[in-house]
Design a protein around this ligand. Sequence first.
Ligand code: 6PG
Length: 241
Amino acid sequence: MNANSPAANIRYFETPSRLFDEAAQFILSLVKAKPSPEKFSFALSGGSTPRGLYERMTQEDLCSLFPWERIHFFWGDERWVPASDKRSNYRMVRETLLDPAQVPQANIHPIPTSVASPELAAADYEKILKDFFQQKFSFPAFDLILLGLGEDGHTASLFADDPAIQEGKRWVTTALLNTAEPRVTLTLPVMNHGRSILFLVSGEKKKEIFRKILDPKYPTQAFPAQKVHPVSGRVLWFISI
Ligand code: 6PG
């Protein structure tokens, strides 16, 4: 996305809880728009912001409306830590969304972090995705990719000066710079083939970077998050800052 572009779809919310509620309702509408029994593929984001969304999705009034058996969960990125580590995106999603909603195990597709190396994990995850989407050559079209915005403009684990942002062929790669621990991430072309991409941005700390993203003074692709330009899908930004 480029927040400067006319196609940008930005919605502002007065409070994070309004943002989480609207995002949860939006996701429900997307899932329901896909006819049963088709699977709905959902790539999740880590970080602290989406916690509130996941918790909202599992409150009783909404939780009972989601057809959980049709939704398949993937991760946009993961830290190279054991699944039990508190830095693990898998663990966070498990605790806030998957366990409370009692999502069937067969619908949960985490990035493996118990294999020998991040490189192997990236290759394994690419295979998991290729098996799920039943395609090898063209990039997969996730029904929904949830993304966050780092204070430096990164999204998922695509950082400005990391070679991962240049990856144009693979579906999954490693990000080894700029992070406390190695990470495994979906690549930009995978993000750009998503049907819907939803950025969630919340908190004072994001004001500055979001201001820069909107500022025409900056080059239009100065930050990794601005490189998310879906080939035929749409990008929405839900903001509470
Ligand atoms: C992660 C995400 C990362 C995150 C942004 C925003 O696992 O941390 O991949 O891209 O979405 O850093 O994070 P916050 O929501 O914590 O601000």
